[in-house]
Design a protein. Structure first.
Length: 311
């Protein structure tokens, strides 16, 4: 049943503008979890949920986010068999999470046999915004909602390395050409033609520019705008920094097959060094002190929501 507030002459979606979705967090069913070693993971999980909930109470007392329900849930993937909703945060393990969802849904026997193309372009998984209003609302209330996040600077540098330091038939011509044209004053004809070779400093100039020559992209959009953690009450908050243990604990919580473990392999560019704190430090050296501060400010909410230490 939809709430009484929706049984009005207003557009149904208007009910969701600037209001909280149901604030009650699901008590996680820990009956399916085996072994004492996961107690520490569980304790960390409860602290993360509590921290985010407390932050949102303070933040939303000053400012309510105004947005439509369908937009709120546009990054959320649905797995109906195990009744889970996953909000995709790129560069935080999302490719392997989508592989796992495909296995849970019976679309594949193993996460290891699913190509990068099938994961991202195969249209095998449904998103929550593809359901009607009742379907969206019911799943938000009944399903276990989870999100995996990552240190904002690490995520940003990882996205830059992936999209601009390797050949890419979309990001170079669409983003690269626009960035080089606007921010490289001595660009040669080849760079302007291909969009290849964007420098990290140029990328940051684009990111911080209120008049960007091309729009935002989900790979570097703030998590606060991808998944709306203060409007959608996530039952489980995983972190990339503890990806394997968090993911395998979550799979137990939702009753996944015992033989299904979160994949360890790197999705693409497997020979590259992973984007670590030290790698990020090297990239940040290319920026001025002001640029570093402004980049931190850009991700300020993500740092606060998920209790990450400022760089």
């Amino acid at each position: 049943q939809l709430p009484d507030q929706q049984k009005t002459s207003e557009s149904p979606l208007s009910w969701f503008r600037g209001v909280y979705l149901p604030p009650v967090l699901h008590p996680l069913n820990k009956m399916l979890v085996k072994g004492n070693k996961l107690k520490e993971v569980d304790s960390t999980q409860e602290k993360r949920r509590s921290f985010l909930r407390d932050f949102c109470k303070k933040y939303n007392s000053r400012k309510k986010l105004q947005t439509h329900l369908v937009h709120l849930v546009s990054r959320i993937y649905v797995e109906d068999r195990h009744k889970v909703l996953y909000c995709e945060v790129p560069k935080a393990g999302c490719s392997n999470w989508k592989r796992v969802l495909m296995v849970l849904n019976g679309l594949a026997a193993s996460a290891h046999n699913i190509s990068h193309h099938d994961v991202h372009y195969g249209k095998h998984l449904r998103k929550l915004d593809s359901y009607d209003l009742k379907g969206i609302y019911t799943r938000l209330n009944m399903y276990t909602k989870f999100i995996f996040v990552r240190d904002p600077m690490e995520r940003l540098v990882s996205a830059f390395r992936d999209k601009f330091e390797h050949p890419n038939s979309y990001y170079h011509p669409v983003f690269g050409k626009a960035i080089i044209k606007k921010y490289r004053h001595t660009a040669d004809e080849e760079a302007l033609k291909t969009g290849s070779g964007v420098k990290f400093k140029e990328f940051i100039q684009y990111l911080l520019d209120p008049h960007r020559p091309v729009g935002m992209d989900i790979h570097w959009e703030q998590v606060s705008k991808l998944c709306y953690p203060c409007l959608i009450n996530y039952d489980f908050i995983g972190k990339f920094e503890t990806l394997e243990e968090d993911a395998n604990y979550f799979l137990q919580l939702v009753g996944a097959p015992a033989n299904l473990k979160f994949p360890k392999f790197k999705d693409r560019h497997s020979s590259d060094e992973r984007t670590s704190t030290e790698v990020v430090r090297q990239y940040l050296k290319e920026l001025s002190k002001v640029e570093r501060q402004l980049t931190y400010d850009f991700y300020y909410l993500d740092y606060l929501m998920f209790n990450y230490t400022s760089p």
